[in-house]
Design a binder for this molecule. Structure first.
Ligand code: DX5
Ligand code: ZN
Length: 219
């Protein structure tokens, strides 16, 4: 699987998205990871589809939208129209995860399913024939800058083994506490899309910092 870096705009300057998108575009990163939080599914509130639509005018990169939102199926059309490429929804956030993923795909986006650290990996099994991406949360969702939970690597390994066994080709994304040390363990476990927020944006030189992740993957 091709390995990709997805800087999380959650850690960027919210008052200056146009410029932050330009900075991300100038790096060797592959996606822009966009965290949507509703203050219900997670305690924090970020922003919604209208802001994503505005961001779309400033970037041609792949928009990897991660909805930490209750009943996310309500927003499928809005995100499709806003220009989202990938829409991730949580198994814990809807009564109709299978139908919601179908809806995302019908709307022309890639369908992706996420699980929280406390959710058993078996919840994913019935969804694997349907998804383009699985997101294993490696922190509890809601905030950037939290410590990586190493026990989540077993989930990555399990999903990667199922993928191999059944001949699927979905991506496996990890999100939370990813830095130049934890990224190698994630890759070894079978992840190939790596979200990083605070690690990337704490540096003045975003391009060099993205490169440290790419280098850690190549070591
Ligand atoms: C957490 C978000 C993450 C967050 C990661 O709820 O889903 O995408 O931005 O931030 P770091 O990389 O700082 O853990
Ligand atoms: Zn995220």
């Amino acid at each position: 699987m091709i390995k990709k870096i997805a800087p999380s705009i959650l850690a960027a300057d919210y008052a200056n998205f146009a410029n932050e998108l330009k900075r991300i575009d100038a790096t060797n990163a592959d996606y822009v990871h966009i965290d949507i939080m509703d203050g219900q599914f997670v305690p924090n509130i970020s922003f919604g589809a209208d802001v994503v639509a505005s961001m779309r005018k400033h970037s041609k990169m792949v928009f990897d939208c991660h909805l930490m939102v209750v009943d996310p199926e309500r927003y499928v059309e809005a995100f499709a129209q806003a220009g989202a490429d990938i829409m991730t929804i949580h198994v814990e956030a809807t009564k109709h995860i299978h139908g919601s993923l179908q809806k995302i795909k019908t709307a022309g986006m890639k369908g992706s399913v996420a699980i929280n650290p406390g959710t058993p990996v078996s919840m994913l099994a019935p969804l694997l024939p349907l998804v383009d991406q699985v997101l294993i949360m490696t922190v509890n969702p809601g905030f950037g800058g939290q410590a990586f939970i190493p026990e989540m690597l077993d989930k990555v390994k399990t999903v990667a083994a199922w993928r191999e066994e059944m001949g699927y080709d979905f991506d496996i994304e990890v999100d939370g506490g990813v830095d130049n040390r934890t990224i190698a363990d994630c890759a070894e476990a079978g992840a190939n899309i790596f979200v990083a927020g605070s690690y990337l944006f704490k540096a003045d030189d975003l391009t060099a910092q993205v490169q440290t992740l790419k280098d850690a993957l190549n070591d």
